[in-house]
Design a protein around this ligand. Structure first.
Ligand SMILES: C[S@@+](CC[C@H](N)C(=O)[O-])C[C@H]1O[C@@H](n2cnc3c(N)ncnc32)[C@H](O)[C@@H]1O
Length: 378
C-alpha cells in the first residue's frame, strides 16, 4: 500500500470498550463495510484505505480504527524483530517524523508488553536507519505514526492507527462538566437503547449534553468526524496532495448527506451552568436541541411516549443524595410507555426501580464499572 489511494483490500480493526462490541458491529454493517465480524474487544472489517478513512469519519462508536500491516508467527523476541522488519516502514514514516508504539501481549515468552513495544520500535527504527541513515524519534504524546502490536497464540499482528487522537474527541466539546460521558460511549448507549431516530428523546440530567448532542448528530445523519481538524492517517509519509483532495471530496459527500428534519430532543439539568455548557457544545456541534434548567424531580419529562436516556450522578465522581435513586424511580414509574436507559455505577438505581430491566449491560466508564439499565415502563 504505497499510496493511500490504492485499491488494495486491507484488514481493519475497530477498537471499542467491552460491552459495546455488538452495537459497533451493527453500526459498521449499516455503514456498508465488508466482512464485519463480531469479536470481543474490537470489530474486524475489510476495505481499502479510503474505507478506513470513512470509518474514522462515520463511526460514532469506535474508539480507534487500525489497519493491519502484518501478521506472522511469533514465539521469540527474534521472531518479532524480524517480522516487524519485513514491513516497509518507509511508506508511512520518514526519519524526520515521530513514532509511538504500544503493545498487548498474551504470549508466555513475550509476556511483558513494554518489552514487546520496545522490540517493535527497535525493528522499525533500525530498518529506517539502514535505508536512509537516520531514524525517527519517539513521541509518546503526539506521534505522527502510532503502531500497535498484538501478540497472542504464537502470532503477532502489527497495526497502524488511523485515528491519531481517539475518535471520541469529536471537536465539539468546548465545555466539559464534572463527569462528562465519552462521546463514543454515549453513541453506543443510544444504539443499545433501540432508539428509532424519530421518537422524542430527553436527557434530563444532561451535564455537558453529550447524550443529546450525539442523538441529534445521529438523527441528523451528521458524520461525527467532520468537526475534527485532522486524523492520524493525515500525518503519515504517504499522505500526499492527491490523498488530501480525495479526503476533501469524501468530507464534502458526507457533509451533503446530513438531514434537516429532526425529532424533538430535550437536554435539561438542574445546574444552569451545565445547561449553558451543553448549549455551547451543541452550537459547536451544529445541532439544534431544546434546553431547560430543570430539576427532574420537579419537572419530570412529559408527553405520551418517548426515550429518556441519561447518566445520573452515582456518588463516585458526582455527589448523589442517598434518597435520589428512589425519588427518580418514583418519577419514572409515571412515565407509562416510555423507554428508559440509565447508565450508572451505583446498584441502588436498579434496586429502586420496580420494573424489571429489559437489559443490564456492563460498560466501563471513566475508570468505573457501570451498568446500562434499559426499561420499558409499563
Ligand atoms: C454524571 S453527570 C451527567 C454527565 C453528562 N452525561 C455529560 O456527558 O456531561 C450528572 C448530571 O446530573 C445532574 N443532576 C443531578 N441531580 C439532578 C436533578 N435532580 N435534576 C436534574 N439534573 C440533576 C448534575 O447537575 C449533573 O450535570
Amino acid at each position: 500500500m504505497k499510496s493511500q489511494l490504492s485499491e488494495e483490500m486491507l484488514e481493519f480493526h475497530a477498537a471499542t470498550i467491552p460491552g459495546t462490541e455488538s452495537v459497533l458491529c451493527e453500526e459498521l454493517r449499516e455503514l456498508g463495510f465488508a466482512s464485519v465480524r463480531l469479536n470481543r474487544g474490537g470489530i474486524p472489517f475489510r476495505g481499502t484505505m479510503q474505507d478506513g478513512w470513512r470509518a474514522c469519519l462515520q463511526s460514532r462508536i469506535a474508539a480507534r480504527i487500525q489497519v493491519l500491516l502484518g501478521r506472522f508467527p511469533c514465539r521469540t523476541p527474534d521472531d518479532l524483530y524480524h517480522g516487524v522488519q519485513g514491513i516497509d516502514w518507509g511508506t508511512f514514516l520518514s526519519p524526520s517524523q515521530t513514532l509511538a508504539v504500544s503493545a498487548v501481549s498474551r504470549e508466555d515468552a513475550l509476556s511483558h508488553s513494554g518489552f514487546v513495544a520496545l522490540k517493535v520500535k527497535d525493528a522499525i527504527v533500525d530498518q529506517l536507519r539502514q535505508h536512509v541513515g537516520t531514524r525517527p524519534d519517539v513521541d509518546r504524546e503526539d506521534a505522527d505514526v502510532r503502531v500497535f502490536a498484538h501478540v497472542a497464540n504464537q502470532k503477532a499482528s502489527i497495526y497502524l492507527d488511523l485515528a491519531g487522537e481517539p475518535l471520541n474527541k469529536r471537536g465539539y466539546r468546548k465545555v466539559a462538566g464534572e463527569a462528562p460521558l465519552r462521546e463514543t460511549i454515549a453513541a453506543a448507549l443510544l444504539r443499545m437503547s433501540g432508539w428509532d431516530l424519530e421518537t422524542p428523546l430527553i436527557d434530563p440530567m444532561c451535564g455537558s449534553g453529550t447524550l443529546a448532542i450525539e442523538a441529534a448528530m445521529w438523527a441528523g445523519n451528521k458524520a461525527p468526524g467532520l468537526l475534527r481538524e485532522r486524523f492520524g492517517f493525515e500525518r503519515w509519509a504517504n499522505y500526499d496532495e492527491e490523498a488530501a483532495d480525495a479526503l476533501r471530496l469524501l468530507r464534502g459527500a458526507l457533509r451533503g448527506a446530513a438531514k434537516g428534519t429532526m425529532p424533538r430532543m430535550i437536554a435539561s439539568d438542574r445546574n444552569a451552568d451545565m445547561v449553558e455548557a451543553a448549549r455551547q457544545n451543541a452550537r459547536a456541534a451544529g445541532v439544534k436541541l431544546a434546553f431547560r434548567t430543570h430539576d427532574v424531580l420537579v419537572h419530570p419529562p412529559t408527553g405520551e411516549k418517548g426515550f429518556m436516556i441519561t447518566n445520573p450522578p452515582y456518588g463516585q465522581r458526582l455527589e448523589m443524595a442517598p434518597e435520589f435513586p428512589h425519588q427518580l424511580a418514583a418519577v419514572l414509574s409515571r412515565l407509562h410507555g416510555w423507554r428508559i436507559g440509565i447508565l450508572t455505577g451505583s446498584p441502588v438505581y436498579e434496586q429502586a426501580i420496580s420494573a424489571k430491566p429489559l437489559q443490564a449491560i456492563e460498560i466501563p466508564n471513566g475508570g468505573l464499572d457501570c451498568t446500562f439499565l434499559l426499561y420499558d415502563m409499563p
